[in-house]
Design a binder for this molecule. Structure first.
Ligand SMILES: *Cc1c(COP(=O)(O)O)cnc(C)c1O
Length: 404
């Protein structure tokens, strides 16, 4: 009987030919070597526990059997395998939510005295974790402003163990140079984790740019239909081995949500192509509207942003930030006149949503803090779905016409 480390765990998935492109890979999904009793669609193993071989001595390596669904479940492993191959990592783990993935990653990788460098405009839940939870365990968190994040070399010290970046950002769609952050982190031996939720693996590959981990709220584009919550972390084995391997933090993905996610991923490449096209067309149409002061999308903020976006993104996605010339007073009348676009938070689904960050996700910030992040009082975030672009342009334009 060989010790578990002496050989790799038995593979559970049959690889597709390596020449297969991402769209094909997604449509075909992950395929188990045992062929799931011949089922073309990946089945749901709705079980908490598993039969253990009667002879315990028959189990040479516990990694070759399923024990308990908090640790591993075949239905959850399907989309894990697919996301792993799509992000180009060695291992992927799925969690109950994006915050489940992010908290398990952070809590597993830092210890008292460590320094974490993070973007000040990260997702609100991630920021809460960094500024409220981690300091209680003796972790020092340094938040980088937009200007500081453009020269990340100055942010790192020899105590920095982990850096956390998001690009494009929420809600102003700024982009940061992932390869440059990776080099800066590397120079002090720190790990870089990039929240790739807004870009998706179709538009951006953080691991190929040098990041150690790609994080996702799979609730957004990966799920894509606003009907599930999920989170993911993808990266190298040596790092992922340290990320709560027994899920003792207790946030594994449920098998039914994993089934929905696996099914949604079949159309991810097609959906993202349409989100990209809708983003491009709607941004161009709205920028000309007299009621609109500015439209932000990845690359729009400056020539520097455009250069970074062109270098590291294959598409710009479907999220826009619209700043209304009429300011805060213009926001409610605009939202009330929308007939197709739903007023709701979240993003990345097939139907278009509009939300007001200063009144929802960012309402705890003072006017000065909002201004510092480029969030004007009349800013409305639009997550464009996959509807026909002309329908979206018409709905948004007619709602704006009332104010021009
Ligand atoms: C929504 C979101 C999260 C949190 O994900 P949940 O699935 O809601 O827990 C993290 N990062 C970004 C960028 C998000 O948009």
């Amino acid at each position: 009987m060989s010790p578990p480390e002496a050989r790799p765990a038995r593979p559970r998935f049959a690889p597709l030919p390596e020449w297969v492109g991402p769209t094909t890979r997604l449509v075909h999904g992950a395929r188990r070597v045992d062929r799931n009793a011949g089922s073309v669609v990946f089945p749901i193993y709705q079980t908490s526990t598993y039969h253990y071989p009667a002879e315990h001595s028959e189990v040479a390596d516990p990694r070759d059997v399923y024990l308990y669904s908090r640790m591993a479940n075949p239905t959850v492993e399907g989309p894990e395998e697919l996301l792993r191959s799509l992000e180009g990592g060695e291992t992927a783990r799925l969690f109950a939510t994006g915050m489940g993935a992010i908290s398990a990653t952070l809590l597993s990788l830092v210890r008292p005295g460590d320094e974490v460098v993070a973007l000040a405009s990260l997702y609100g839940g991630t920021l809460d974790l960094l500024t409220e939870t981690l300091p209680r365990f003796g972790v020092v968190v340094r938040l980088a402003s937009d200007a500081e994040a453009r020269a990340p070399e100055r942010l790192f010290t020899e105590r920095t163990r982990l850096a956390l970046l998001e690009s494009p950002t929420n809600p102003t769609l700024r982009v940061y140079d992932i390869a440059r952050w990776a080099r800066a982190a590397d120079s002090v031996g720190a790990l870089l984790a990039v929240d790739n939720t807004f870009a998706t693996p179709i538009n951006q590959s953080p691991l190929a740019l040098g990041a150690d981990l790609a994080l996702h709220s799979a609730t957004k584009y990966l799920g894509g239909h606003a009907d599930l919550l999920a989170g993911a972390v993808v990266g190298a084995d040596r790092v992922l081995r340290r990320v709560d391997p027994r899920f003792s933090l207790g946030a594994p993905l449920d098998p039914f949500a994993a089934f929905l996610l696996h099914r949604s991923l079949k159309t991810l490449a097609l959906r993202v192509a349409r989100h990209n096209e809708n983003g491009r067309r709607v941004a161009a149409a709205l920028a000309r509207h007299p009621a609109v002061a500015r439209v932000d999308y990845p690359g729009s903020a400056s020539a520097d942003d455009e250069a970074v976006a062109a270098r590291q993104m294959r598409g710009r996605g479907g999220v826009l930030a619209l700043t209304l010339r009429g300011g805060e007073a213009a926001v409610d009348p605009f939202l009330h006149r929308l007939r197709l676009v739903h007023v709701a938070s979240s993003l990345g689904g097939v139907e278009s949503l509009a939300s007001v960050p200063s009144l929802t996700s960012h309402r705890h910030l003072t006017p000065a803090e909002l201004a510092e992040r480029g969030i004007a009082p009349g800013l409305v975030r639009i997550s464009l779905g996959i509807e026909e672009p002309d329908d979206l342009i018409r709905d948004l334009t007619e709602a704006l016409d009332a104010h021009s």
